[in-house]
Design a protein around this ligand. Structure first.
Ligand SMILES: C[S@@+](CC[C@H](N)C(=O)[O-])C[C@H]1O[C@@H](n2cnc3c(N)ncnc32)[C@H](O)[C@@H]1O
Length: 263
């Protein structure tokens, strides 16, 4: 099996294995957004996603690639979208269908979307491409562009290379000490800076390319060291977070890198 396929298979197996854990994280988020680094991160990310999708006209077509347990499909439905999901991990699909029996999910992968050209108004990919090889990421973005209508919008999250949780350094240290950095417990992670992500989107043919940053990445470390400190700090920093990461200078260090663009 070539490297690209191996990395993709590990990503799918990882999410199949941890589907219940992932589902539980979202359950925690519904109760308390400051509970842990995941809940705070998703709360911040979802606020931005809501802002980015809420103005579209009713009954527009929405695709969530790597839709996991279906939370963003449910959000899109609340905003009156005609929402479709694509997801390869069977247990993720099970949780999604269990929570939201009426949602439309196809089993599939990001580089081969079984939809016709120019079909969707919005394509969303949250925390999906990061698990894939560079070549697979390019193929997936081309595929997303193909299924988007002219003028349609893409919203994608990537992992910020210089994020202040130091994950890039951590992954590389693991590579050095463990010889290989990827397995089903620690899948592959592809890193981007806001600038090189923007360039990639332009190369694929997207226009109006914009990068956004959110979440104080240092909170991930704070939560790891001590949950109460993480909780307290997240509450304190919440109001400054979006403003702080809106600058060119601070964006490369944010916990989330989000790219938006149009076809
Ligand atoms: C971290 S989860 C995010 C789920 C969802 N987007 C969310 O934010 O709630 C990543 C998801 O991407 C899916 N995935 C992994 N490889 C994929 C691929 N090649 N194409 C599409 N989805 C993939 C996983 O199975 C998993 O459900």
């Amino acid at each position: 099996m070539n490297k690209e396929n191996k990395i993709r298979e590990i990503a799918v197996n990882h999410h199949h294995k941890y589907a219940e854990k992932f589902f539980n994280y979202y359950e925690q988020l519904k109760k308390d957004k400051y509970k842990n680094a995941f809940t705070y991160g998703r709360y911040k990310l979802d606020n931005l996603i809501k802002e980015l999708i809420h103005n579209e006209k009713k009954n527009s077509k929405f695709l969530d690639v790597g839709c996991g347990t279906g939370e963003h499909l449910n959000l899109a439905k609340k905003y009156n979208y005609d929402a479709y999901g694509v997801e390869p991990a069977e247990d993720m699909i099970k949780f999604a269908k269990n929570s939201y029996p009426e949602i439309k999910i196809k089993k599939g992968i990001s580089n081969n979307l079984e939809f016709e050209d120019n079909f969707f108004d919005i394509v969303l990919m949250v925390e999906v491409l990061r698990y894939l090889d560079k070549q697979d990421i390019e193929k997936s973005l081309k595929e997303a562009r193909r299924v988007l209508k002219p003028g349609g919008k893409i919203i994608v999250t990537l992992v910020n290379k210089w994020s202040l949780d130091f994950f890039f350094i951590f992954q590389n240290l693991r590579k050095i000490f463990k010889k290989s950095s990827i397995d089903e417990i620690n899948p592959h992670c592809e890193f981007y800076t806001p600038k090189n992500a923007e360039n990639l989107f332009r190369k694929i043919g997207f226009v109006e390319v914009k990068s956004h940053g959110n979440m104080f990445a240092i909170l991930r470390i704070a939560y790891k060291l001590n949950k109460s400190i993480g909780y307290w700090l997240a509450k304190k920093l919440d109001n400054f977070d979006d403003k702080f990461h809106s600058y060119q200078l601070t964006k490369p260090f944010a916990g989330h890198l989000i790219l938006t663009a149009k076809k």
